[in-house]
Design a protein around this ligand. Structure first.
Ligand code: UDP
Length: 313
């Protein structure tokens, strides 16, 4: 089995490569390192089953492969807002390029989609048949609309060319190897708490998210890929909803931090509530995330404690 993982040096991509290598697959990890981090994959460099290719998926490329996981895209709001045009190109042109490989090679392909396809949802929790509320000209559109086009490309390559596709809609995920500087709430709060710096809550902190630990997510992604005949998107996330302010207090407690909470302006287009309905994943792939938020946060805090240079003594 030869598997191509695009975005292999990213947070999710690197954990996915680890699991696929454990299964004994040959893995080609592709990344252009625009947001990926070589530290996430240095431990794989001497693995004979792993091959790293530095390449921007916006440029066409071909490989002989059996499966493709398409994860290449800047994925945190700070990252994608920094280069919105590259972001939308990664989802649109990048997805066309990997679909062409899948078509050529008769390979199965999984698209990493996102809960952002639901936008700022009026329906709660979000089920796969909810069509979303996305602003085509809003600040997040480069990511949201890019991923929506990627889903559309997947389904249309399936209809027209019989490409064997899978779509995973990934909700907020956290764990070791999250980038320290990508602006996400869990990495921001943990880094701030470990340095006794102010915890920055955007808005009043009543907005909610539902956080899934990385190992649970990886199990789900691989299950979707390996299940026969699932066409159509599947939500992957942990439905335990928590407000941003509750999360801040939990991280303060777990880190024993002296940080103060400060309130800053809430970014435009920031969704108010988000929680996946995962009944489809439970039923079709027998997937149920098991890592409890406190336990996952402890493991993530330990990771940041090891890598932060200026943490308090
Ligand atoms: N957030 C926050 N402080 C931070 C970073 C994020 O209050 O330092 C909030 C952000 O406004 C959002 C939530 O936390 O409501 C989750 O943000 P994140 O960027 O992690 O993910 P996304 O908005 O893409 O779900």
């Amino acid at each position: 089995m030869i598997v191509l993982v695009t975005g292999a040096a990213g947070f999710i991509g690197s954990h996915l490569c680890d699991e696929l290598l454990k299964k004994g697959y040959n893995v080609i990890g592709l990344d252009d390192f625009c947001t990926g981090n070589k530290d996430n994959i240095t431990h794989l460099i001497n693995n004979n089953l792993f091959k790293l290719v530095k390449h921007d998926i916006i440029q066409p490329i071909s490989f002989q492969v059996d499966q493709i996981y398409n994860l290449a895209c800047p994925a945190s709001p700070d990252y994608y807002l920094f280069n919105p045009v590259k972001t939308i190109k990664a989802s649109v042109i990048g997805t066309i390029n990997v679909l062409e490989i899948a078509k050529q090679e008769n390979a199965r392909i999984l698209q990493a989609s996102t809960s952002e396809v639901y936008g700022d949802p009026e329906k709660h929790p979000q089920k796969e048949d909810y069509l979303g509320r996305v602003n085509t000209v809003g600040p997040r559109s480069c990511y949201d609309e890019g991923k929506r086009v990627a889903e559309s490309l997947m389904i249309n390559y399936h209809k027209q060319y019989k490409v064997d596709i899978r779509i995973a809609r990934i909700f907020n995920t956290y764990g070791p190897r999250m980038a320290t500087n990508d602006g996400r709430v869990i990495s921001n709060f943990i880094c701030q708490a470990l340095k006794d710096e102010s915890i920055t809550i955007y808005g009043n902190g009543e907005q909610t998210r539902s956080f899934c630990y990385i190992s649970d997510l990886i199990t789900g992604i691989i299950k979707i890929m390996e299940q026969r005949e699932i066409i159509g998107p599947i939500n992957l996330g942990k439905p335990d909803e928590i407000s941003v302010i509750e999360l801040a207090h939990m991280i303060l407690e777990l880190t024993n931090s002296k940080s103060k909470i400060v309130f800053e302006e809430r970014p435009e287009g920031d969704p108010m509530r988000r929680k996946p309905d995962i009944s489809f994943a439970k039923e079709r792939i027998n997937w149920n995330p098991v890592v409890d938020l406190k336990e996952g946060l402890k493991r993530t805090i330990q990771y940041f404690e090891n890598i932060l240079p200026n943490k308090k003594e």
